[in-house]
Design a protein around this ligand. Structure first.
Ligand code: ASP
Ligand code: MG
Length: 437
C-alpha cells in the first residue's frame, strides 16, 4: 500500500488533473490511497471569502464555484456532485455576514470546503476514466483531532480508526487533505499546507510502504529555485535532515509532515507531477554511506527577533524560565534562541500577542523587537563534526556583505542557522549556494 498526496499545483485545472489520473493509474498495482489538496489558490480564496462575508461581500464565491464547475465540465463529471457542498458554503457565509463574527472554528469550517470540493470532483473523474474510486472526507474515516483550530493535531485514537476504515474500502480511496474533526464534531484544519500531514498520518495508520508527496518541483532542492536558479534536486535525505529543512521553510514539506513517518519509519518521497519519471527526493530513516556535508540551504522570511537585555541576568538563575513562561502563556512559538551573559534573543513567526508578551518581558529587562527578519539554515548530516563549516558559512556571508543578526548551532547536530534582514536573504542564500554547491 502507498499513499499518494497531490498538492494544489497538481490539481490546478482539468488538464493537470488528467495527469494525476494517469500517474495514479500507472501505480494501481501498489494499492494507492490518494490524498488531495484544494485546487491551487482555492484555500486562499476561502480565507478571503470568510473575511469578506463579514462585510456581506460574497462576490468571490462565484469565482470559486466557476473554477470547480469549469473543471467538472472539462472532465465530464456531473456538476451536481458539488451542489450540496457549495450550498452549505453559501449558507455558512450568509451566517457569518449576519452574526458579523468569524471565530477560528468558523474559519476552519469555511476553508474546509476547498478539499471537500476537489476530492469529490477528482474521485468522480477517476471513476469516469475507468478507475472506480470513492471520495472520503478525512473526518468520516477517523481523522479525529484536538480543537486547536487552524493547527489541529490528530488524537491517538485517529490511527486505529483510520486503519479500520481504510481496511474496508473496496474502491480507490480519494481522501481530503488538510482537514479533520474534533470529538464534538467541529471541523478543524491541520495548518496551512497540512495535506502533507494528512498523507503521513494515513500512511502511518495503515502501515504504508511509502508516502509520496507530489508537487511541482523535482523533489527537495539544494535551495529555493526562485532565489537560486542553479539549485538542483537532492536524491536522498535522512528524516532528520528533512525535518530540519521543513521546519526552516524548505517549502516542499509541511513541518509536521515527517513526524508520523519517522515514528513508523516509512519512507517519504517528494515527486514532480509535471515529470512523473524524475526520481525526486527520497527521505529515509537512515542512509548507508550517506555523504556528510551541506545538503540544502533553507530560508524562512518574515520572522520577528525579540531581544531581552538585562544586567541582572548576569549570574542570575531562572531568567530563561521566566522568559519562556511568558512566550508559552501567549502561545508564541519560539523557533531559534541565542543567549549571552546579559541578553537573550529569540525568533518567532507568530506576531499575534507579541506586543502583549513584549510588555510583560519589560519587567525582566530591556526589550526590542525587530521585524522582517529571515532565518537561513544550512542543513546536512554530520555538520557539527565538520570543522570549519561554520567558518565557511560566515566567510561566504562576509564576502557577500551580509550582516548577521543572530546565530545558532548545536541544538541539532545537523544545522547551522542564522538570522539576517529579509532584504539580505537573496544575497545570503546565493552566496552560500555558490560556496557549497
Ligand atoms: N489547501 C491547504 C492549503 O492551501 C492545504 C494544502 O494545500 O496542503 O494550505
Ligand atoms: Mg503544499
Amino acid at each position: 500500500m502507498i499513499v499518494m498526496k497531490f498538492g494544489g499545483s497538481s490539481v490546478s485545472d482539468a488538464e493537470r488533473i488528467r495527469d494525476v489520473l494517469e500517474i495514479v493509474r500507472a501505480r494501481l498495482d501498489r494499492a494507492p490511497i490518494v490524498v488531495i489538496s484544494a485546487f491551487r489558490g482555492v484555500t486562499d480564496d476561502l480565507f478571503a471569502l470568510a473575511e469578506e462575508a463579514l462585510r456581506s461581500d460574497f462576490s468571490r464565491l462565484e469565482k470559486v464555484r466557476a473554477r470547480h464547475h469549469e473543471a467538472a465540465d472539462a472532465l465530464g463529471v456531473d456538476r451536481d456532485l458539488l451542489r450540496e457542498n457549495l450550498e452549505e458554503l453559501s449558507v455558512l457565509l450568509k451566517g457569518i455576514s449576519l452574526v458579523k463574527e468569524l471565530t477560528p472554528r468558523t474559519l476552519d469550517y469555511v476553508v474546509s470546503f476547498g478539499e471537500r470540493l476537489s476530492t469529490r470532483l477528482i474521485a468522480a473523474a477517476f471513476t469516469r476514466v475507468g478507475v472506480p474510486a470513492e471520495q472520503h472526507d478525512a473526518f468520516d474515516i477517523g481523522l479525529l483531532t484536538d480543537d486547536h483550530f487552524g493547527g489541529a493535531q490528530p488524537l491517538p485514537e485517529a490511527e486505529p480508526e483510520i486503519k479500520r476504515h481504510v481496511g474496508r474500502m473496496a474502491k480507490l480511496p480519494v481522501i481530503t487533505g488538510y482537514i479533520g474533526k474534533t470529538r464534538d464534531g467541529d471541523i478543524t484544519t491541520l495548518g496551512r499546507n497540512g495535506s502533507d500531514f494528512t498523507a503521513t498520518i494515513i500512511g502511518a495508520a495503515v502501515g504504508a510502504e511509502e508516502v509520496q508527496i507530489w508537487s511541482d518541483t523535482d523533489g527537495i532542492m539544494t535551495a529555493d529555485p526562485r532565489l537560486v536558479p542553479e539549485a538542483r534536486p537532492i536524491e536522498q535525505l535522512t528524516f532528520e535532515e528533512a525535518s530540519e529543512l521543513a521546519y526552516y521553510g524548505g517549502k516542499v514539506l509541511h513541518p509536521a509532515t515527517i513526524v508520523p513517518a519517522i515514528l513508523k519509519r516509512i519512507p517519504v518521497r517528494a515527486l514532480n507531477t509535471f515529470k512523473p519519471d524524475h526520481k525526486g527526493t527520497t527521505i529515509l530513516p537512515s542512509i548507508e554511506n550517506h555523504p556528510t556535508g551541506v545538503k540544502s540551504i533553507a530560508h524562512h522570511l518574515g520572522n520577528y527577533v525579540v531581544n531581552i537585555t538585562s544586567s541582572r541576568m548576569l549570574m542570575g538563575h531562572g531568567f530563561l524560565a521566566r522568559i519562556f513562561e511568558i512566550f508559552a502563556r501567549h502561545k508564541i512559538v519560539v523557533n531559534m534562541v541565542a543567549t549571552s551573559e546579559v541578553s537573550v534573543s529569540v525568533t518567532t513567526d507568530s506576531p499575534r500577542h507579541l506586543d502583549r508578551a513584549a510588555k510583560e518581558l519589560e519587567a525582566i529587562g530591556e526589550v526590542s523587537v525587530e521585524k522582517n527578519c529571515a532565518i537561513v539554515c544550512v542543513v546536512g548530516e554530520g555538520l557539527k563534526f565538520m570543522a570549519g563549516i561554520a567558518g565557511d558559512v560566515f566567510w561566504a556571508l562576509r564576502e557577500a556583505g551580509v550582516n548577521v543578526l543572530m546565530i545558532s548551532q548545536g541544538a541539532s547536530k545537523i544545522n547551522v542557522a542564522f538570522v539576517v534582514k529579509d532584504e539580505d536573504v537573496h544575497r545570503a542564500v546565493r552566496a552560500l549556494h555558490r560556496k557549497f554547491f
